[in-house]
Design a protein around this ligand. Sequence first.
Ligand SMILES: [Zn+2]
Ligand SMILES: [Zn+2]
Ligand SMILES: [Zn+2]
Length: 257
Amino acid sequence: MSLPVEITLLGVGSSGGTPALGCTCATCTSTNPKNKRTRASAVFRAGGQTFLIDTGADLRQQSMRENLLHVDAVLYTHPHADHLHGIDDLRAFCWLQKAALPVFGNTLMVEHISSRFSYTLLSPNNFWDKPVLTLNEIGDAPFEFGGVTITPIPVLHGKWPIHGYRIGNAAYITDVSEIPEASFERLHGLDVLFLDCLRENPHPTHFGVEQALTAAKRIGAKRTVLIHMTHELSHEALSARMPAGIEVGYDGLRVEI
Ligand SMILES: [Zn+2]
Ligand SMILES: [Zn+2]
Ligand SMILES: [Zn+2]
């Protein structure tokens, strides 16, 4: 039997979120809660560990909404602002846990956190009023944390080499424009795949609808959930076009495998 994993999508929005500020399009003015998208992030729970994927700009509100009170480690995909700038909100978990929080990312990630958020790498004071992080640089090789195997999925986000992640038979790939051949090998036998689908048309650094569907079909997960969408894609209209096994994600979606 494969490892049980419970995933909660904290946010499925693109960098600007949906609704987009000042926009009056049909998606942005929709009353369907599935068209309210905060910045992309997810929680994976497996083997008694709680992994946060990215610290999106809406992390505090997402944590309140989902009653997320404990995080064991953060797995970073890449250092764009929409995936990183909630880093200051990690202070709440450090305060609750009175412990430093391990975070993992590739070389690019480590460079950006060290230079842009160096204050998060200081020793804790008595107040735990800042995030206290231990920064772990990872390569493409699978690694263990708390007895759970985490498999990085190397993908390209434009020219940037970034990471998706696989835990058990669940994988999360956001902000992708190309999946290298070797990474497809790491995506066999998935029960669920969360996959970037920015907008209708291709984008230099993201999959559009057609590319996401092509990759999803090739990977062949039992269930594929599209994430990281702009307001161009309305939940209802996109859902109506999806083939069997592919669905449109929304904030708060919970999947258990
Ligand atoms: Zn993004
Ligand atoms: Zn709009
Ligand atoms: Zn990005």
